[in-house]
Ligand binder design. Structure first.
Ligand SMILES: Cc1cc2nc3c(=O)[nH]c(=O)nc-3n(C[C@H](O)[C@H](O)[C@H](O)COP(=O)(O)OP(=O)(O)OC[C@H]3O[C@@H](n4cnc5c(N)ncnc54)[C@H](O)[C@@H]3O)c2cc1C
Ligand code: FES
Length: 280
């Protein structure tokens, strides 16, 4: 059992928790993830290591409440326990040889992008961050990005905070202006990553994307997380989650991501009804 030592609401749908998991904290690196089960009969879900404190033995997770399991997790209070917390899994983000990087985060993808930005900053790399949200209410981690970025641009779709528009707009402006990034790293919804890749490709700037397909075991055994990258089958849990964005088949990944939509909707509705009954 793993204790929730801190819980904070970041916005109406995103929660941050610090979990006491010393063995995971000891090994975790930016770009890796964990798989947790909230309770003994719960499903396994992957969440990125959003931070860690090796001395305190804690691992930070930041999750969006999107369905049955994230709802159940969000019902847990500080001081309570979750059943399983396995990791770190996946490959750490590669940082070798990179002196100047542009990190592009979208929505809750910013939780995954933050430790990556912090890692590059900690090794002396010049970090430009562009983070985007639908509106002001959903803006998260702005101060944290500000602390680890040489330049930070915040975008909202409706212009209610920062500049109005999509994250690809300031990226294109920067590339047009001659910013010589060694790498662009995009983390967020599939469609956002696809368009970041399309923006960077004409400038021939290597672009890494962080893929988040359905995962089950997280150890390369089940095949659930398979993707086509450069015409070859890859497993996001062991070969990724980071991949060369120029090689990812985004259309196939999007089709696979929707495969369980009906099942997930039914689970979510059942979970909502359960909570409504419990509240009565
Ligand atoms: C490597 C990786 C890292 C991730 N990191 C984060 C993170 O830091 N913060 C965050 O909010 N979300 C993250 N996700 C997505 C997160 O796993 C899903 O939001 C979560 O599983 C939803 O479960 P649910 O039961 O609440 O919702 P459901 O209603 O079951 O699903 C909602 C959506 O979540 C995705 N999803 C559902 N089950 C899984 C699964 N087993 N594996 C992967 N995706 C699934 C699907 O796209 C689905 O449409 C990550 C996913 C991966 C693969
Ligand atoms: S989650 Fe099973 S192979 Fe990747």
């Amino acid at each position: 059992m793993f204790k929730i030592v801190n819980k904070q609401k970041l916005n109406s749908t995103v929660t941050m928790m610090d979990i006491h998991a010393p063995l995971v904290a000891k090994k975790a690196e930016a770009g890796q993830f964990i798989i947790l089960r909230v309770d003994a009969d719960g499903e396994r879900i992957p969440l990125t290591v959003a931070g860690f404190d090796r001395n305190a033995g804690t691992v930070k997770i930041i999750f969006q409440i999107v369905g049955a399991t994230t709802m159940r997790l969000n019902e847990k209070h500080e001081g309570e326990f979750i059943e399983d917390f396995v990791g770190p899994l996946g490959c750490a983000t590669h940082t070798e040889g990179i002196k100047k990087v542009c990190i592009v985060g979208g929505g809750v993808g910013c939780a995954i992008a933050l430790p990556v930005a912090q890692k590059f900053h900690s090794i002396g790399c010049e970090v430009h961050s562009i983070i985007g949200f639908r509106n002001k209410e959903l803006v998260i981690l702005k101060d944290e990005f500000s602390a680890c970025s040489d330049k930070l641009t915040v975008m909202t779709d409706d212009g209610s905070y920062g500049a109005k528009g999509l994250v690809t707009e300031p990226l294109k402006e920067a590339l047009d202006a001659g910013e010589n990034y060694d790498e662009v790293i995009a983390i967020g919804p599939l469609v956002m990553m696809k368009f970041v890749v399309a923006t960077a490709k004409p400038f021939d700037v290597p672009t890494t994307v962080s893929m988040n397909p359905i995962m089950i075991d997280g150890t390369g055994m089940c095949g659930g997380c398979r993707l086509t990258v450069g015409g070859k089958t890859k497993f996001a849990c062991v070969d990724g989650p980071d991949f060369n964005g120029f090689e990812v088949d985004f259309d196939e990944a999007a089709a696979r991501a929707n495969a369980y939509a009906d099942f997930e909707r039914r689970e979510r509705e059942e979970c909502c009804n359960l909570f409504k009954k419990e509240l009565k």
